[in-house]
Design a protein around this ligand. Sequence first.
Ligand code: GLU
Length: 282
Amino acid sequence: MPHPSVITRFAPSPSGRLHLGHAWSAVTGRDAGAAWKLRIEDLDPGRCRPEFVDGITEDLAWLGLDWDGPPLVQSARTALYADALDRLRAEGLVYACFCTRADIAASLTAPHGDAGGSYPGTCRALPDDPDRRATTPHCWRLDSGKALDRAGQPSWSEADGARFTARAGDIGDAILARKDAPSSYHLACVVDDADSGVTLVVRGADLRPSTPTQRLLQALLGLPEPTYLHHPLVLHDDGRRLAKRDRAPTLAAMRDAGVDGRALADRIRAGSLPLGFRLADA
Ligand code: GLU
């Protein structure tokens, strides 16, 4: 039984149906928390669709997993992310970036947002130009140099007690908001984890590179430090990651094929996976 003070969360993006990797994450998070919150990360209007939100709740019910409280839907909370950005702006820790989409695409390092590591800093030293901002598409970037000077090198603990400190280069000038998405994954994630009282962030190891940036934002915004449990990813037996283009079986397809969702959740609890899948090496 988890300690009564442990609050975990499951934060899928409704950009497709859930697959076995999500099931692993959801069962792990549910069992690790006395309370388990559901958050719908639907800030990317180009990728997210309402029918996938229904798919998430159906799939969790099929696995026999109940979340606590109403699901938190990020698209309904953009004013809170704007407030957080305003606070950082008031402290001179963000700057408007006018680089073209092609420049920004070149600096994208992860599907969940720009860690900013490869952004050359072209706009960092520009004086603020409200007229240009009023007429030219732009995003807002964290001035990571100033932010690190303010908050120090971020560190965090994993659930097994290991303590990590971000290395130089782990944090770049991450995008925090852009014209077509009022908040980045990083900013919304830290605001919401704090608002939900999350004490243990359970998620796949593919999101570990996001942790230094998120810990830095937590320090700058005065938000509490959660512990992290980055679990190994579920892979096909041959080592391929589960991805739509690899025809990863969705939980919906497994249900249609007659699989018992509660039995699948129990199997995951026992640390095992259906034939054809395995966990990545830690
Ligand atoms: N929305 C992310 C995903 O679907 C998860 C973000 C997180 O757990 O921090 O992979």
